[in-house]
Write a protein that binds this ligand. Structure first.
Ligand code: NAD
Ligand code: UDP
Length: 319
């Protein structure tokens, strides 16, 4: 059996990746320090003999006994609220954490895939964003802690690839949503759905003209899975190119949830990108991948998920 280490396993993306690799018959080692994650996201895996969990901070030396075939490095705060609250830990997990996992991959002879982000393009001046674009990031702004950590992650990953011949993959993930997100993690999908569920007004930041393109979790996991087993070592965008402004998106959520609440406007956070849409030509050509789940369909699944949570679970999702 092939063995895979997944860091950030108790988080949103990490937990769905654990499910996928368990379903594919892998031995899965999940690792997380639970700083933004939730053990409930993976508690259903605990009884399985091919799953083990290590409560560990990957910025400290990482040890896994025995052989290891693959590493997926997904540990990192990922929502603006989280990484603004814990800026130094965000920088550390992208830098020291990545260094530790590259070292582990080298020692074990494992292939490693690291989770990068559309934020490496910053507030992009090229639209849609293709992988050749170098980006427009403010290194000293509040978002810089995340963007620069991920840019460093890419840089050191390519250095290990070139200098040590390490077998590496880099995925640039664009805004992804799905079940198990924390209702109060500040990202726009859970934020708007939580507001609709609690009967609060929907908070649009700025004038809502900024755009995003939302990818459903199952499509994202499929893209990552294909990239891991491809032989392509440069970064690949994985996301859904179906773009919307945030104002239109709030109206879409109002229509979906049937809430009687209205949109209210709040200040735009500093350096909030004005536009974002992935160019997925590479993913299509190299991985034969493209998203399948239409936004209306994916949002309905996620809203039904949040609605189905018990009041206690809902409350937990708000912390
Ligand atoms: P998340 O907050 O739900 O999950 C991140 C997980 O990493 C959490 O369980 C957290 O406890 C863990 N973690 C953080 N620091 C750690 C450390 N030092 N040691 C061990 N574990 C640690 O976020 P997510 O949306 O699942 O994001 C997962 C990864 O995907 C992140 O690397 C993020 O940058 C990347 N990403 C996500 C998106 C998205 O839209 N969801 C977009 C771009 C990139
Ligand atoms: N946003 C918003 N209201 C909220 C949360 C977010 O208008 O309650 C906006 C945010 O300013 C950004 C977009 O929605 O322009 C997407 O935000 P998110 O945090 O989900 O992702 P990111 O900014 O990292 O792409």
């Amino acid at each position: 059996m092939k063995k895979i280490l997944i860091t950030g396993a108790a988080g949103f993306l990490g937990s769905h990746l654990c499910d996928r690799f368990i379903a594919e018959g892998f031995d899965v080692v999940g690792m997380d320090n639970l700083i933004t994650g939730d053990l409930n996201n993976i508690s259903h895996l605990f009884p399985l003999s091919n799953f083990e969990f290590h409560h560990h901070d990957v910025t400290k030396f990482v040890h896994v006994s025995g052989k290891l075939d693959y590493i997926l490095h997904f540990a990192s705060p990922a929502s603006p609220i989280d990484y603004l609250k814990i800026p130094i830990k965000t920088l550390k997990v992208g830098s020291l954490g990545t260094l530790n996992l590259l070292g582990l991959a080298k020692e074990k002879g494992a292939r490693i895939l690291v989770a990068s982000t559309s934020e490496v393009y910053g507030d992009p001046l090229v639209h849609p964003q293709n992988e050749e674009y170098f980006g427009n990031v403010n290194p000293i702004g509040p978002r810089g802690v995340y963007d620069e950590a991920k840019r460093f992650m890419e840089s050191i990953t390519m250095a290990y690839h070139r200098h040590h011949g390490l077998d590496t993959r880099i995925v640039r993930i664009f805004n992804t949503y799905g079940s198990r997100m924390r209702l109060n993690d500040g990202r726009v999908v859970p934020a708007f759905m939580g507001q609709a569920l609690r009967g609060e007004d929907l908070t649009v930041f700025g004038d809502g003209s900024q755009s995003r393109s939302f990818c459903y979790i199952d499509d994202q996991v499929e893209g990552i899975y294909r990239l891991l087993f491809s032989d392509y070592t440069d970064p690949v965008n994985i996301g859904n190119p179906h773009e919307t402004t945030i104002k239109e998106f709030a109206e879409e959520i109002i229509a979906l949830t049937g809430t009687k609440q209205k949109v209210i406007y709040k200040p735009l956070p500093q350096d909030d990108p004005t536009q974002r849409q992935p160019d997925i030509t590479k993913a299509k050509e190299i991985l034969g991948w493209e998203p399948k789940v239409h936004r209306a369909e994916g949002l309905k699944i996620v809203y039904d998920y949040f609605k189905s949570l018990s009041p206690e679970e809902l409350q937990k999702k708000e912390h």
